[in-house]
Design a protein around this ligand. Structure first.
Ligand code: B1M
Length: 211
């Protein structure tokens, strides 16, 4: 990893949004591909932040400022990651399930799907089942749910049950993901697809829609 990429990674870990932004701009100007900055510096930094939290070296405030630094870097990368002028190949509603406020992974997945040509309806965080259902009623072919907490994963199952009760399960493709979610869990709750990361989510969405 180059010095600049290491500096970006370190600045995210330390939550220095004001340092991260110009460094990401510099990396882009130097010709570093946006997905390389994303994977090598930003995602890798958040993995380290998670480890520091697990080791009780970081607490919630440190985690939060690191997340803010990552979000400001993502704002710069987003237009570079999203392809311009692509006709939407289907509407996908995405959100983090009820009770869960983690939005970085969900936003990354949304960004990658948008980049792949899908029209995205980002429902945000703490999304109740009714909001996902409403999005499906408004034309979303796919509903993608994210959960980062083991305590909120069951809300994926509850949402799928709500789709069944509303008579919309058969006409909606439901995808799930997020750090604690597995293929086994997705099968258990009756989701149509699981993906471990943002690029796999794009492949899975295309596969499920047959595009
Ligand atoms: Co939280 N947090 N957090 N946190 N946080 C975790 C998730 C945790 C694992 C940390 C730890 O203990 N090591 C832990 C969960 C433990 C568990 O449930 N087993 C945890 C905890 C405990 C908590 C609180 C309860 C802490 C507290 O208050 N005591 C609290 C809960 C708040 C709530 O949600 N109600 C909390 C709060 C926060 C902050 C607000 C401080 C902040 C979030 C800020 C934000 O999102 N705006 C935060 C952060 C930053 C983290 C960690 C450090 C990083 C998460 C992240 O952004 N990762 C996280 C530790 C970790 O994950 N290592 C942690 C980067 C992101 C790119 O990855 O989200 O996994 P990820 O997304 C990936 C894939 O999972 C996948 O693609 C993405 C891109 O590759 N993916 C999908 C995600 N969603 C998908 C949907 C799909 C497909 C793929 O649909 C099809």
């Amino acid at each position: 990893m180059s010095n600049l990429m290491q500096e970006i990674r370190q600045a995210v870990i330390e939550g220095q949004a004001k340092t991260v932004v110009p460094k990401v701009e510099q990396a882009l100007a130097d010709g570093v591909a946006p997905d390389v900055i994303l994977n090598e510096s930003l995602i890798s930094a958040m993995a380290e932040v998670g480890q520091l939290f697990e080791d009780s070296e970081f607490f919630v405030p440190e985690m939060l400022i690191a997340a803010r630094a990552m979000s400001s870097a993502l704002e710069i990368l987003k237009p570079r990651l999203v392809e311009q002028g692509v006709e939407p190949i289907g509407k996908i509603a995405i959100g983090t399930v009820k009770g869960d406020l983690h939005d970085i992974g969900k936003s990354l997945v949304a960004m990658m799907l948008e980049g792949a040509g899908f029209e995205i309806v980002d429902l945000g965080v703490d999304v109740p089942a009714e909001k996902f259902i409403e999005a499906a009623q408004n034309g979303a072919k796919v509903v993608a749910m994210s959960a980062l907490l083991t305590t909120t994963m069951p809300n994926m199952k509850k949402t799928i049950e709500a789709f069944r009760e509303a008579g919309l399960r058969d006409q909606t493709v439901i995808m799930v993901g997020g750090a604690p979610v597995t293929q086994t869990y997705a099968d258990e709750i009756g989701a149509d697809g699981y993906s471990p990361d943002a690029s796999a989510a794009v492949r899975k969405a295309k596969e499920l829609l047959g595009v």
